[in-house]
Design a protein around this ligand. Structure first.
Ligand code: SAJ
Length: 411
């Protein structure tokens, strides 16, 4: 098939390359010229395990451009953020992609929406655009992506998929197309249910992370170590408590629950969980302030700009909130993330970022941080806050550090 994928980000690009390696002719489209130029220079715009190998394998069937061409199928994989301040979905990119498809769509072609949207969006917003020129037979389905950054390729191939068609024929056609690279089971439903299911999945995770965070705060008050308590509770066959941390970042979990609750006056637990998770950076600030109490003109070092370990994605990362709050309180902040290349907030080397610092804070759970040798740092005050419980605390204590671990009330 000739397939056009609109949006070459964390979902669109791997999907394009999987389709191309399955033998389809894939045109990847993006409004960002830098991404197109990079891909055409044979470079990837971001890191993801296995993507480089797949790119080399698939590139003869893939090319990138800024303009769409008429194709057998179009896959929309553009971002759907939340509008600043309003907490309402910003669907501009989805609308633009639909208008671009409208210019080239012909009878009998397939349109697939992978982007996450509030329930009803496909039927209320996207289909009316696609039908503006009077094309009668369009096959349409919402096939929400489910891959987790860091394991994107594995999950795109192996995860089960939900396919919500505007009719059975649409769902079946999309299932046939995805069967060229998906090995998981594919479940067919209607389009609005598929939209709802996707939001439920990420909301489920957000609420469970909020619960873990609440347990961490309670454990600190009760003077127990939440990490040990969670480990023990998870020995129960039906309990699986997630990890507390400095807050929830990324483009999905911090946003999707709001799509579900945005028009509802009944939702209670969803906004509450959001509030708990988005207040974790404030708790981290409190922990830091306790450590640097009495220090004149304090400087702190935040380890990690990425929203979670071993990815180079900074979207909605709690680091930025921690940094801004600290700066507003007169604390100088340096950040260090070896996985992030071109971000102005990044301080260069670990040595530069930690020199004369008064507190080191693990924000992102990158594996590389576990290898840091405390002996090699020249901090002004030896304070460590570990919001992910990933470092060897005894080692740091042996090297003279005061250590404060999020959720550990025995500190
Ligand atoms: N986090 C915690 N504690 C945990 C797990 C995660 O604090 O126990 C934090 C992470 O550090 C990060 C955030 O939550 O800041 C989200 O990370 P994540 O790994 O849970 O999820 P994402 O956002 O990278 O990917 C999610 C996945 N959804 C689910 O697991 C239900 C993925 O399958 C979706 O495809 C993706 O959202 C998406 O695009 O919707």
């Amino acid at each position: 098939m000739k397939i056009c994928v609109i949006g070459l980000g964390y979902i669109g690009l791997p999907t394009s390359l999987l389709l191309a390696s399955a033998g389809h002719e894939v045109l990847g489209v993006d409004i960002n010229r830098k991404i197109i130029e990079k891909l055409n220079r044979n470079e990837l715009p971001f890191i993801e395990p296995g993507l480089e190998e797949l790119f080399q394998k698939a590139k003869n069937h893939f090319h990138a451009d800024s303009r769409l061409q008429s194709s057998d199928a179009y896959i929309i994989a553009v971002p759907t953020p939340v509008e600043n301040g309003l907490k309402i979905a910003d669907l501009a990119a989805v609308k633009n992609a639909s208008h671009a498809i409208l210019q080239v769509i012909q009878e009998g072609q397939i349109v697939i929406l992978e982007s996450t949207v509030p329930p009803g969006t496909s039927e209320l917003l996207i289909l009316p655009i696609l039908q503006e020129n009077g094309v009668k037979t369009i096959y349409f389905a919402h096939c929400p992506e489910r891959a987790i950054p860091g394991k994107t390729l594995y999950e795109m191939v192996h995860n089960n998929r939900i396919i919500g068609g505007i009719d059975k024929e649409s769902a079946e056609k999309v299932k046939d197309l995805y069967a060229s690279f998906v090995q998981g089971d594919m479940f067919l439903t209607d389009v609005k249910t598929a939209e709802f299911v996707k939001l439920m999945e990420n909301t489920f995770r957000d609420i469970n992370i909020a619960l873990a965070n609440e347990f961490a705060l309670l454990a600190e008050e009760a003077n127990i170590n939440v990490w040990e308590a969670i480990h023990l509770a998870n020995k129960h066959p039906r309990v699986h408590i997630l990890n507390p941390g400095p807050g929830v970042g990324g483009h999905c979990i911090a946003i999707d629950p709001m799509f579900l609750a945005e028009k509802s006056s009944t939702a209670k637990i969803i906004p509450l969980a959001r509030q708990i998770n988005s207040s974790m950076p404030i708790h981290v600030i409190k922990m830091i302030k306790r450590m640097i109490k009495g220090v004149k003109n304090p400087t702190i070092t935040l380890l990690g700009l990425a929203y979670k370990g071993n990815v180079d994605d900074i979207r909605e990362s709690p680091t930025f909130k921690i940094k801004r709050i600290a700066e507003n309180e007169g604390i100088s902040v340096k950040t260090y993330d070896p996985l992030i290349q071109d971000n102005l907030e990044n301080a260069g080397t670990l040595e530069e970022a930690t020199k004369d610092s008064d507190c080191l804070i693990v924000v992102t759970d990158h594996d590389v941080f576990k290898q840091i040798d405390p002996k090699k740092l020249s901090m002004r005050h030896k304070n460590l806050v570990d919001t992910r419980n990933i470092l060897d605390h005894d080692l740091w204590k042996r090297n003279g550090y005061q250590v404060n671990v999020l959720g550990d009330g025995t500190n």
